[in-house]
Design a protein around this ligand. Sequence first.
Ligand SMILES: NC(=O)c1ccc[n+]([C@@H]2O[C@H](COP(=O)([O-])OP(=O)(O)OC[C@H]3O[C@@H](n4cnc5c(N)ncnc54)[C@H](OP(=O)(O)O)[C@@H]3O)[C@@H](O)[C@H]2O)c1
Length: 360
Amino acid sequence: MGVVGCLGYTGLELIRILVRHPGVLIKVVTLREPLQRFRDDKVFTMFPELSSCRVSTIEDADFRDCSVVFFATPHGIAMKWAPKLLSIGVRVIDLSADFRFKNKETFEGFYGLKHHSPKLLHESVYGLPEINRDKLTNANLVAMPGCYPTAVILGLLPLLERNIIEEDNVIADCKSGISGAGRSSKVSSLFGETYESFKAYGTNGHRHKPEICEVAQTIIEKNKIRSDNQNLKTQFDIIFIPHLIPMFRGIFATLYVKLKSDSYIDKLTKIYTDKYKKEKFIKLLEGDKVPNTSLVKGSNEVHISIVKVSKKKEGLGSSAVILVAEDNLVKGAAGQAVQVMNTMLNFEEEEGLKGLFWSP
Ligand SMILES: NC(=O)c1ccc[n+]([C@@H]2O[C@H](COP(=O)([O-])OP(=O)(O)OC[C@H]3O[C@@H](n4cnc5c(N)ncnc54)[C@H](OP(=O)(O)O)[C@@H]3O)[C@@H](O)[C@H]2O)c1
């Protein structure tokens, strides 16, 4: 394996997970300032398993003996290097947004960058195993979902597949810990700026909104065609407001949906249970239990609970509120990337991903 951008938050998280994986050897890691920073950050001390791996810049790296290379870099990097790696038979799992959209204009519009490899957009598979497991087995290029889209899509998936919510009337009120912004120093990420502070951001159009909409629309259309031939014109839409909260890890998504019929309200628990009963990393909380970011810390699990809001008597129709918690660096990034790698390489999907949770 190779990890590009090994000293960022998701790169280090990938290493933490991959060194415990029984079927994996990390052969190459890259960083921009070779070795000295690697030594300063005590990565060899933290991960003695890396003592035999090659450390270099991406320009000097030799990836030929890697079956998979992970990109844990900002957008704009993987799109330049993926064609070269694919041409020598190395499969690529990209944690950035470079290959998440099918349409290059959507990427360029929201990320402000010309796409370097637009032809690969149609080859890439969106790396959410719960919707694309079959496609991942033979994928050579995988675009890992954003951290918020993972939480929002997994929270909505059973409803979108059944076509039982007003799909243009969804509200996602989401919170993230500061690690979601990455490790590079920015004033807005400083302890002094975030401690005892709570704020919304990206209110004029966060980059994860078009990703959520594109994936949700694909799920709706696939299932409408398969089930009941309903008119395909309704476009999924969501009010998505992210917030920054004073903690390091974790995403909490509160998703408000309107049901198309009051009769669905009593079926919600069964719908979620049927959908997720075989999913190893999705845990539905029963009764009045609610997700808590501290209970998914370090783990690849997503915790979901359902709040049913019946307004039948007032004739207002029924709603539901779906609560979702994940660790943005694990199921929202590195853990999910390893889950995808396991599928691509025919390992058990949970291999290397058990027992990652820590508490408190
Ligand atoms: N943080 C999250 O919760 C999260 C979740 C899902 C997806 N993602 C995505 O994952 C990617 C990495 O995020 P992160 O949070 O790990 O970021 P990060 O902590 O800022 O780390 C980024 C890494 O990329 C390297 N890098 C930056 N510019 C580079 C360049 N021009 N060429 C080569 N390497 C470069 C950095 O190297 P140096 O160490 O030399 O600075 C660093 O190792 C991003 O695309 C992000 O959107 C992040």
